[in-house]
Design a protein around this ligand. Structure first.
Ligand code: ARG
Length: 472
């Protein structure tokens, strides 16, 4: 019995054709045990499905299959309770689990690896982990989207200056800005859904690369693991990591979006703006300057977004020009994948409450809308509605801005005689048209910032979000 154990699933079993042990430096360099901890449970669950299928297909006896499953379930429990011992002399979790199984159930443990290779095994566990992770991320993103929508509803009519080139451009509503952030978020959700379909494909049964010589039933294994499809080609099955690259590109886009949202939060809560105020519970002080209240959390999210882009580059270049099929390079798929989603999920977990707790200085935003000629386009648009071609109207409006600058007044303060001196088309109603509310209410195009449109958009946004919540 002891001999069988040693000759079977110990690390030595992979070296039977070698006269010497692997150099200890080479072992520690190549081992993925530490990183594999993240997929350990998924790997054990895939083994349970595999062992069950082997029995059902009579590739091993039902008795052996049951013993394997029972041993694997014991290992699963040990892992769940933190009682699983991670011995460092194994190359990866797959070898360690097989070894531990054989210790638990005896030589029958050596039958688990029938009709399977670590090449199809590792990528199956990674897919199982990622599918679960995508579902978790989806839930986090939905919470974030809800926070954005709630703020949009509360601030649907709150005016603020809209910016282009970081210069005040035209008035918008704060609700409209929240809806813009929501649009980014809903696209991230859609991408997650799309990616999930391609992740949910089972490569197990591809063997090392060429398929296996036993009458396995891949669909049976896939069903147990809730995979919706099985991979078509064994060479591709073991060597494809597109799904990892795709998922991390979705995470990189999601983080890029968070970095832009955080940048706006940082900018609008900065001393010169003071439109927003980050809640005390999401702001930090300075070790030296007692008065400081800094938006560090938003800055950290902004900073982390680059790391996820880096993860994507690392993965893309990992696979670029890699010959089919499996190469050990692929072991590096996991670290970048895990890191990217850890960053995205932890960022979402702080962004949601930070957005919910944001405070707004509505008076300052209103005041800012009234400075800087944000209604100059409205002056031109007014003349267009009176029949003037836009380019001529633009020139008249520009001339009026110049006159205001000279007189140090706003367009709403400029007397009607001056308007009339520039164009006979101006009437008293110019003032209501260029008032802040006149300007906002005029932007009634579909997707525009008029509060009436923003309120309609919120209703549509809610429906779209609930469809995504329901979708599998
Ligand atoms: N730990 C490896 C990985 O993550 C799987 C082992 C396959 N190793 C091999 N020599 N074929 O990719």
């Amino acid at each position: 019995m002891k001999k069988a154990l040693l000759s079977g699933t110990t690390k030595a079993s992979l070296r039977s054709r070698f006269a010497n042990d692997l150099d200890s430096r080479a072992l520690s360099f190549s081992s993925s045990l530490d990183i594999d901890k993240t997929i350990a449970l998924h790997d054990v669950r895939a083994s349970i499905a595999h062992a069950t299928m082997l029995g059902a297909c009579k590739i091993i006896t039902l008795k052996d299959s049951k013993q394997l499953v029972q041993g694997l379930k014991q290992i699963e429990t040990q892992m769940l309770h933190g009682e699983f011992v991670w011995e460092s002399e194994f190359e990866d979790v797959h070898m360690l689990v097989e070894h531990r199984l054989t210790q638990l159930v005896g030589p029958v443990g050596e039958r688990l690896h029938t009709a399977r290779s670590r090449n199809d095994q590792t990528v199956t566990a990674t897919r199982l982990w990622l599918r679960e992770c995508l579902d978790f991320t989806k839930a986090e993103l939905i919470e974030f989207a809800k926070a954005l929508l709630d703020q949009a509803r509360l601030e649907a009519s709150t005016p603020m200056p809209g910016l282009t080139h970081l210069q005040f451009a035209q008035p918008v509503t704060l609700g409209h800005l929240f809806l813009a952030w929501f649009e980014m978020c809903i696209r991230d959700l859609e991408r997650l859904q799309e990616t999930r379909k391609r992740v949910n494909v089972m490569p197990l049964g591809s063997g090392a690369l060429a398929g296996v010589s036993f009458p396995i039933n891949r669909k049976m294994t896939a069903k147990q693991l809730f995979f919706s499809e099985i991979s078509e080609n064994s060479l591709d099955g073991v060597s494809d990591r597109d799904f990892v690259i795709e998922a991390v590109s979705v995470a990189a886009l999601g983080m890029m979006h968070l970095s832009r949202i955080c940048e706006d939060i940082i900018l609008f809560s900065s001393t010169p703006f003071k439109f927003f105020e980050v809640s005390e519970t999401f702001a930090t002080g300075s070790s030296m300057m007692p008065q400081k209240k800094n938006p560090d959390i938003a800055e950290l999210v902004r900073g982390k977004s680059g790391m996820v882009a880096g993860n994507w580059v690392a993965l893309f270049t990992l696979m670029k020009a890699q010959s089919l099929t499996y190469n050990r390079d692929n072991q590096h798929d996991k670290k970048s994948l895990f890191e990217a989603f850890e960053i995205w999920n932890s960022s979402l977990s702080v962004c949601t409450p930070m957005v919910r707790l944001l405070l707004f200085n509505r008076e300052r935003m209103l005041h800012a809308c009234e400075q800087g000629f944000l209604n100059a386009t409205d002056v031109a648009d007014y003349l267009v509605t009176k029949g003037l071609p836009f380019r001529s109207a633009y020139q008249i409006a520009a001339q009026l801005v110049r006159e205001c600058e000279f007189k140090k007044c706003t367009l709403t303060e400029l007397p009607l005689e001056i308007y009339k001196a520039n164009s006979e088309l101006f009437q008293q109603d110019i003032y209501s048209r260029i008032s802040l509310h006149g300007s906002l209410n005029a932007r009634i195009s579909y997707g525009g910032t008029a509060p009436v449109r923003v309120k309609e958009a919120i209703i549509r946004a809610k429906k779209r979000l609930s469809q995504i919540v329901k979708a599998k």
